[in-house]
Design a protein around this ligand. Structure first.
Ligand code: ATP
Ligand code: MG
Length: 262
């Protein structure tokens, strides 16, 4: 894999930069081929929200962090796309939350688990990583898709499963887990099944969530519970739909032909 040579002045620099990360991850065996399609689907939805963190996502992130700070056994799950895009931020988020980190894959192979472990250890050689020898199974999912760590997702009360398959999200909810997802496709099954859905690009969401942990860390249990009580995921998803509808309506009125910025 060659180095990334696109000049910073390119109008789509960051998009190309993260595509390069995805290509590298594919070559390193971190990502399954299907992960590249998921990335493209995410990019398409990112255009619709203007490639920025919108207010309903900010609201969802605050509620998610409040829930994670209140959790007894919080777990942050890592898959190939996450390891490709935000390995450092994933480790940092788990650390500031005092959460366990678990590798959890839809297309689980031992080689991919090892490649992801290696990618994470590059950033922190001593980090605890669960999911390497999982002994438990999520009920109602066939073998490879259902494997989870007894000390991690199995025990967890609150889990962050970003860029996740909808069927697995639903199975985790059915197990009684409180599921937080990050998913740009708000129409996906995972987005619709999760308890809290953060409709944002994970490259923006994780750094922001780390900041929110610092903001909310000193809050009392009651204050955190109040944030959660005031949160409504149904309304968040509707607000994202309305945001996209209004934005597309405005763009249609203003016109987009030969416009450089949207
Ligand atoms: P379903 O949830 O309906 O099963 P799916 O088949 O799209 O949907 P996956 O491909 O496993 O499920 O999920 C990956 C999801 O992650 C996609 O919905 C995609 O839009 C989203 N996604 C991809 N890249 C990013 C990213 N960088 N940030 C946030 N979400 C992303
Ligand atoms: Mg999904």
């Amino acid at each position: 894999m060659g180095e990334f040579k696109v000049p910073k002045s390119h109008p789509r620099y960051w998009s190309l930069y993260y595509r390069h990360k995805i290509e590298e991850a594919l070559e390193a065996g971190i990502l399954a081929k299907a992960g590249t399609m998921a990335h493209g689907r995410g990019e398409a939805f990112d255009y619709l929200i203007g490639e920025r963190t919108i207010e309903p996502a900010e609201r969802a992130m605050r509620a998610a962090v409040a829930k994670l700070l209140l959790a007894k056994h919080p777990v942050v799950s890592v898959n190939g796309n996450v390891a490709a895009l935000v390995p450092k931020e994933t480790i940092e988020l788990a650390k500031v939350l005092d959460a366990r980190l678990e590798i959890n894959l839809f297309y689980r192979t031992e080689e991919r688990v090892r490649a992801i472990e290696e990618a994470l250890r590059k950033h922190d050689p001593d980090i605890e990583i669960l999911g390497i020898n999982p002994t438990k199974r999520i009920p109602n999912l066939e073998s490879e898709r259902g494997k989870v760590d007894e000390e991690g997702i199995w025990k967890a009360d609150v889990i962050v499963v970003p860029l996740e398959d909808g069927d697995r999200t639903e199975a985790l909810v059915a197990m009684g887990k409180f599921v937080i997802t990050v998913d740009l496709n708000l129409l996906s099954r995972s987005a619709r099944m999760a308890d809290i859905t953060i409709v944002d690009n994970i490259i923006r969401a994780y750094p922001r969530m780390i900041e929110i942990v610092e903001e909310l860390r000193e809050k009392s249990k009651e204050e955190l519970e109040a944030i959660l009580k005031g949160y409504d995921n149904e309304k968040t998803l509707s607000d994202v739909l309305i945001y996209i509808r209004d934005r597309l309506g405005d763009l249609a009125k203003e016109g987009i032909w030969r416009r450089r910025e949207l």
